[in-house]
Design a protein around this ligand. Structure first.
Ligand SMILES: NC(=O)c1ccc[n+]([C@@H]2O[C@H](COP(=O)([O-])OP(=O)(O)OC[C@H]3O[C@@H](n4cnc5c(N)ncnc54)[C@H](O)[C@@H]3O)[C@@H](O)[C@H]2O)c1
Length: 286
């Protein structure tokens, strides 16, 4: 397949790019490198430094089409940042997605994969199934929910397949954001004291990136829905204190923990998150 991958220089996108290339797909990466430097892509991957918000950059990528699928992973992906600068999340996640959908429509791309997030559910009862309503507690979650709506409407009106993946917290040694990366960064500056955002009892679902990508593949290979929505998580919850313990063990240090007084860690934080993964588990069995 010839695949346009946005956000292919990011944490998940880069691992996805390597996997696609290893499977023999042709991959064109479009990324503005706003989240970090350009990684070393596998041979054969074409990299375009460009912004999904700039139609000229998107057109440049389409010179390497026609594409069989767009894998749209580019996003402003920080919950705290979405509280501090809401317009940036709106532009990158909502407008950027609509621009790509528009390109998908004009170039007759038959399939669109979109990485959404557990944050579209907000403070929902856990484990949360795909049928739960949107109720975002963060601007980031709101931007993903709005973008999802456009993915659904474009797919239904213009007749392409859409795969919407609502991801739990994805972890891995190369992650630059998220609680594990933040704790590691703090410990590399001070191994004696670790400031933990929240009271440590927040409990969430974490999934290693390679396991998440296995589930991406299952959805792409087996889902027959024209618009398929799937939770991508571990089905288990881990407290932030347990995560801190694991990071400390890994880094072989024993700091004193300093917790916040509130249960939530930051603006827009959800204290409990666990996605029901029954739907993707059923798909796996097919
Ligand atoms: N990592 C997680 O735990 C997690 C959880 C839920 C959902 N997601 C979603 O999965 C996707 C990948 O997440 P990630 O952790 O790899 O994020 P990331 O921040 O590491 O990567 C995002 C990439 O998109 C690029 N980008 C951002 N805005 C762009 C723009 N306007 N034009 C072109 N490129 C742009 C960045 O340069 C970066 O390389 C995102 O859509 C994110 O919202 C991630």
């Amino acid at each position: 397949m010839n695949i346009l991958l946005t956000g292919g220089a990011g944490f998940i996108g880069y691992q996805w790019c390597r996997r696609l290339a290893a499977k023999g797909h042709k991959v064109v990466v479009l990324d503005n490198l706003s989240a970090g430097p350009k990684p070393k892509f596998p041979a054969g991957v074409r990299f375009i430094k460009g912004d999904i918000l700039r139609p000229d950059d998107v057109s440049r990528a389409f010179e390497f089409g026609p594409f069989d699928r767009i894998d749209h992973l580019a996003a402003e992906s920080s919950v705290p940042l979405s509280s501090k600068s809401p317009l940036s999340g709106f532009e990158n996640n909502v407008l950027g997605t609509v621009y790509l959908l528009e390109a998908c429509r004009l170039h007759h791309v038959p399939e669109f994969l979109f990485t959404s997030s557990s944050t579209v559910y907000g403070r929902a009862a856990v484990p949360t199934p795909e049928e739960a309503p949107f109720s975002p507690a963060s601007n980031y979650g709101a931007s993903k929910a709005a973008a999802e709506c456009y993915v659904m409407s474009y797919a239904r009106i213009y007749g392409f397949r859409a795969r919407i993946l609502r991801l739990a917290n994805i972890i891995g040694p190369t992650a630059t954001k998220g609680v594990m990366a933040e704790l590691r960064a703090k410990l590399s500056k001070n191994r004696k004291m670790l400031k933990i955002l929240g009271d440590g009892t927040q409990a969430k679902s974490f999934l290693p990136v390679e396991d998440a990508l296995d589930l991406f593949e299952i959805v792409l290979e087996k889902s027959t829905e024209s618009v398929g929505i799937y939770n991508i998580g571990s089905g288990k919850m881990t407290t932030i204190r347990e995560i801190a313990d694991a990071v400390c063990r890994d880094m072989d240090c024993h700091p004193v923990y300093a917790f916040s007084k509130t249960r939530g860690g930051w603006s827009g934080d959800v204290e409990e998150m666990n996605l029901s993964v029954k739907k993707v588990a059923e798909l796996k069995k097919r």
